[in-house]
Design a protein around this ligand. Structure first.
Ligand code: TYM
Length: 326
């Protein structure tokens, strides 16, 4: 059975962007592939984190995966920092990655731009991500559009390693959703809706109060021509709302355009808010039911054991090929 693997950082509260591009994208495959889902907590400390908040979010992150409907029997859940092979392999891969290719990562450029200081970890982050993927021979990596370049780097590293040391790693492929791979900020629809953005008005968090959600949609930035048409370039705000609506209802963008052709923006936004609430309300109910249950620790203990065994086997092969140790 082919494998999929993905992770969502606990660096902020999860958003509908993480739901659509991340979790929703996994759910589609859980019956078809063997699925590994982890919390990349080591990735989160590439930027400053409050340790207490980080700790809480790791648990929340797993609870939300489950609340979003991922089946605990069909997916293996684990925490990146509970498996030392990720960082060990990452070092070996760093030594097989060129400065030039790592420097081309657009997310690194964006995140380091205009910062007085940034960590070395922010630069090597995509290589740790490559280790996360290659350690398990993942065939497919479901991600949103912003992570595509990182998965491509993992592919390049795998191919180079396989050529140098003989076939070792499966070369992974990104799985990008057709709709919803790029959910934008509601207040600045030219930029990605990101859990770490400064203005919370632009972001719908999965655990937002439902009335707050409604208000955020009603005050989303649009344009003045009052036509509900998908046109990313000239109407980024309306296009983003259509994209969100379409992802929440599984209606195509074309069908949604048709449905809203005689609506004004106010009425259109009310329907978008309703569609989001219909999806996140049951998620919140389920989340509240399980956040304090033993289920989360049981799953994480199982996941830790299973993934450490798989990772150890792969790491030992790599170590030997590279000539390390006795
Ligand atoms: P992260 O935590 O930023 O995002 C998690 C997933 O959600 C997707 N996503 C979005 N999709 C559409 N629109 C948005 N506005 C949006 N925001 C986030 C992301 O593309 C991603 O799929 N480096 C990764 C975590 C990671 C990882 C891995 C993923 C570490 N190791 C190995 C896959 C495999 C990250 O920071 O994603």
């Amino acid at each position: 059975m082919k494998r999929i693997l993905t992770g969502l950082q606990p660096s902020g509260e999860l958003t509908i962007g993480s739901l659509i591009g991340g979790i929703g994208n996994i759910k589609k495959y859980e019956d078809k592939y063997e699925s590994f889902i982890f919390v990349p907590d080591l990735h989160s400390i590439t930027v400053d984190q409050d340790p207490k908040l980080l700790h809480e979010r790791i648990r929340k992150n797993i609870a939300l995966y489950l609340a979003c409907g991922l089946d605990p029997k069909k997916n293996t859940f684990y925490i990146q920092s509970e498996n030392l092979y990720h960082t060990n392999l990452s070092w070996i891969l760093e030594c097989n990655t060129y400065m030039g290719e790592a420097s081309r990562m657009t997310q690194y450029k964006e995140k380091s731009e205009n910062k007085k200081h940034h960590s070395v970890g922010l630069f090597t982050y995509p290589i740790l991500m490559a280790a996360d993927i290659l350690l398990y021979d993942a065939d497919f990596v479901p991600v949103g559009h912003d992570q595509k370049q990182h998965v491509e780097l993992a592919r390049d590293i795998a191919i180079r390693f396989n050529n140098k040391y003989d076939d070792t790693f499966t070369v992974p492929e990104p799985l990008i959703p057709e709709v919803g791979a790029r959910i934008k900020d509601l207040q600045d629809p030219t930029k990605k809706m990101s859990k770490s953005s400064e203005n919370p008005k632009g972001i719908i968090f999965l655990l937002d109060d439902l009335e707050v959600t409604r208000k955020k949609i009603m005050s989303a930035v649009t344009d003045s021509d009052n036509k509900v048409i998908y046109d990313e370039e000239n109407k980024p705000g309306i296009s983003n709302l259509l994209m969100i609506y379409s992802s929440m209802t599984n209606m195509s963008i074309k069908e949604a355009e048709e449905k809203f052709k005689d609506y004004n923006y106010g009425n259109f936004k009310k329907e978008v808010a309703e569609a989001i609430i219909n999806v996140i309300k049951p998620i919140q109910d389920k989340y509240n039911e399980i956040i304090n249950s033993n289920l989360i620790d049981e799953l994480l203990d199982e996941g830790k054991k299973k993934t450490n065994e798989i990772a150890k086997e792969k790491y030992e092969i790599v170590r030997k090929k590279v000539g390390l140790g006795r």
